[in-house]
Design a protein around this ligand. Structure first.
Ligand code: PMT
Length: 408
C-alpha cells in the first residue's frame, strides 16, 4: 500500500444521511497522517456542520465559493490537493461531475482539479439503478474515477437495497490506494486493448465484445505511475487516456505489426486485447450480395501475437497476458501462462452478467509464474489494473525473468 502520510486530501461531503459517517472518514484519514480539508455542499450542512470537520482535521472546512474573500478558493483548493474523495456522494453530484458543472464550491474545485478521485455514492436504490446515474457512473469510470460502493443495506425511510455508503474504513483504503507511487518512472510499457475486426467483406467482419476498458485502465494506471505508455487499441469507441501514445488498429495482423515494432523497446508488455483467433481466409473486396445465398466462409487462424512475444522476449522483459474463459478458468489460464512463456496471466471468468467483456468489472484470478497467485475475485477494472502494475514493478525489480520461469 502506498504511503499516505503527508498527502493532501480534499474531502467532499454532499447532502445525505451518511454525511455523519464522513466525520469518521476525516478522522481515519487524519490519523493516517494525511492533511485533510473538507468542502461541504449546502445540502450537506443540513446533516453535519463544517465545524465538525475543522475540529477533526485542524483545517478550515469550506462551503461557499465566497468563504475567503480576495482569494480564488476553488482554484487554490484544487491545486493543493493530491487526492480527492467525495463521501457521501449524491446522484446529483455524480451527474454534475459527469457533465462538468461548476455551480458550487465542491463542483468548481473538482472541475479544476486533475488528480485521483474517489467517490462513495449513497442514495436510494432507484436513484442508483437509474439509467441516467449508471450512464454518469460509466462516464466517470472511463475517466479513471474510482467508485467505492454503494453496498446493500438498510436505508432511510426503511428501504433496503444497494445504495448505502460503504464503511469509512473501506473508503479510507480506497483513498490510500489512489495515492499511487511513481514506481514505473523511467519504464516503457506497451499495452493492447479492445477487439480486432477481421473483414469478411468491406461491410462485415468477425469480431468480439471487448470494449477496450480493461486495457485502457492498465494504460491509464501505468501512465499515472510514471511509465511511458504505448496503447495499441483495436476498434473500440472508448476514449484512450491522455498522456499515452495511441496506435489504432483494426485487424490481428495490424495489431501484430504495431506490437512487434515496439516490442524491443518495451520493458513490459500487457496483452489485454481480445484478439480474434480466426479470420476469413479470403475476404471479399466487394460487398457480398444477400441474393447470392449464404456464403461458405473458410476461416484460418490469426497470428498468435502473445505466443510470438513469449518466444522473442529478451531477458528482463516482463510479459503479462489475459485469458477469457467460460470453463476451467484456472486450468486453461495456467496452460496459457506456460505455453506462451508469460510472467503472469489474468484469467477472467466470462459469460456471466456484470463482469468481463464491456462491463466495469472482471471476475479474475492472477496466475503468477514461479510466484503466489492472486485468488479469483471480482475486481473493478481500475483495481485490477493497479494489481497488474504492482506485479510489473515487482518483476522489474525482482529476480531475473529466466529464473522466475524456471529456465536458465
Ligand atoms: O475490453 P473489455 O470489454 O474491458 O474486456 C476485457 C477482456 C475480458 C477482453 C480482457 O480482460 C481479456 O480477458 N482479454 C483477453 C481475451 C482473450 O483474447 O483471451 P484468449 O484466451 O483468447 O487469449 C489469451 C491471450 O493471448 C490474450 O492476452 C490475448 O491478447 C492473446 N492473443 C490471443 C489470440 C491471438 N491471436 N493473439 C494473441 O496475442
Amino acid at each position: 500500500m502506498p504511503e499516505p502520510r503527508g498527502r493532501r486530501v480534499l474531502l467532499g461531503v454532499t447532502g445525505g444521511v451518511a454525511a455523519y459517517k464522513s466525520a469518521l472518514l476525516a478522522r481515519l484519514l487524519s490519523e493516517a497522517g494525511m492533511d485533510v480539508t473538507a468542502v461541504l455542499t449546502d445540502s450537506a450542512t443540513r446533516f453535519v456542520g463544517p465545524e465538525t470537520f475543522s475540529a477533526l482535521t485542524g483545517h478550515s472546512a469550506y462551503v461557499s465559493l465566497w468563504d475567503r474573500p480576495g482569494e480564488i478558493l476553488h482554484v487554490r483548493l484544487a491545486h493543493e490537493t493530491d487526492v480527492a474523495v467525495v463521501a457521501p456522494c449524491t446522484a446529483n453530484t455524480i451527474a454534475k461531475l459527469a457533465q462538468g458543472l461548476a455551480d458550487d464550491l465542491l463542483a468548481s474545485t473538482l472541475l479544476e482539479y486533475d488528480g485521483p478521485l474517489v467517490l462513495a455514492p449513497a442514495m436510494h436504490p432507484g436513484m442508483w439503478g437509474a439509467v441516467a446515474t449508471q450512464t454518469n457512473v460509466a462516464t466517470l469510470s472511463s475517466r479513471g474515477v474510482r467508485f467505492v460502493g454503494p453496498v446493500d443495506g438498510p436505508l432511510a425511510h426503511g428501504d433496503i437495497g444497494p445504495g448505502r455508503m460503504s464503511e469509512p474504513a473501506e473508503i479510507a483504503d480506497a483513498v490510500f490506494a489512489a495515492v499511487r507511487p511513481r514506481d514505473l518512472d523511467g519504464t516503457r510499457v506497451l499495452v493492447t486493448a479492445g477487439p480486432t475486426h477481421e473483414p469478411i467483406d468491406p461491410v462485415r467482419y468477425i469480431g468480439n465484445r471487448s470494449s477496450g476498458k480493461m486495457g485502457v485502465a492498465i494504460a491509464r494506471e501505468a501512465a499515472a505511475r510514471g511509465a511511458e505508455v504505448t496503447l495499441v487499441l483495436g476498434p473500440a469507441t472508448i476514449a484512450p487516456p491522455p498522456a499515452v501514445e495511441v496506435i489504432r488498429v483494426q485487424t490481428a495482423d495490424e495489431m501484430r505489426s504495431a506490437v512487434i515494432d515496439r516490442f524491443t523497446a518495451a520493458d513490459a508488455v500487457v496483452m489485454a486485447a481480445a484478439v480474434a483467433d480466426f479470420r476469413p481466409k479470403a475476404p471479399n473486396d466487394r460487398k457480398m450480395k444477400k441474393d447470392a445465398g449464404v456464403p461458405d466462409l473458410m476461416l484460418e487462424p490469426t497470428p498468435d501475437i502473445l505466443g510470438e512475444l513469449g518466444e522473442r522476449r529478451r531477458s528482463g522483459q516482463v510479459l503479462v497476458g489475459f485469458a477469457a474463459e467460460t470453463d476451467d478458468v484456472e486450468e486453461a489460464g495456467r496452460a496459457k501462462l506456460r505455453s506462451k512463456h508469460l510472467d503472469a496471466l489474468v484469467a477472467n471468468r466470462v459469460g456471466r452478467e456484470g463482469t468481463g467483456f464491456g462491463s466495469e468489472r472482471n471476475d479474475a484470478t492472477i496466475l503468477v509464474a514461479g510466484g503466489r497467485d492472486v485468488p479469483m475475485r471480482i475486481w473493478s477494472k481500475a483495481e485490477l489494473a493497479s494489481a497488474v502494475c504492482d506485479l510489473i514493478v515487482r518483476f522489474l525489480t525482482g529476480p531475473g525473468v529466466a529464473g522466475r520461469l524456471g529456465r536458465s
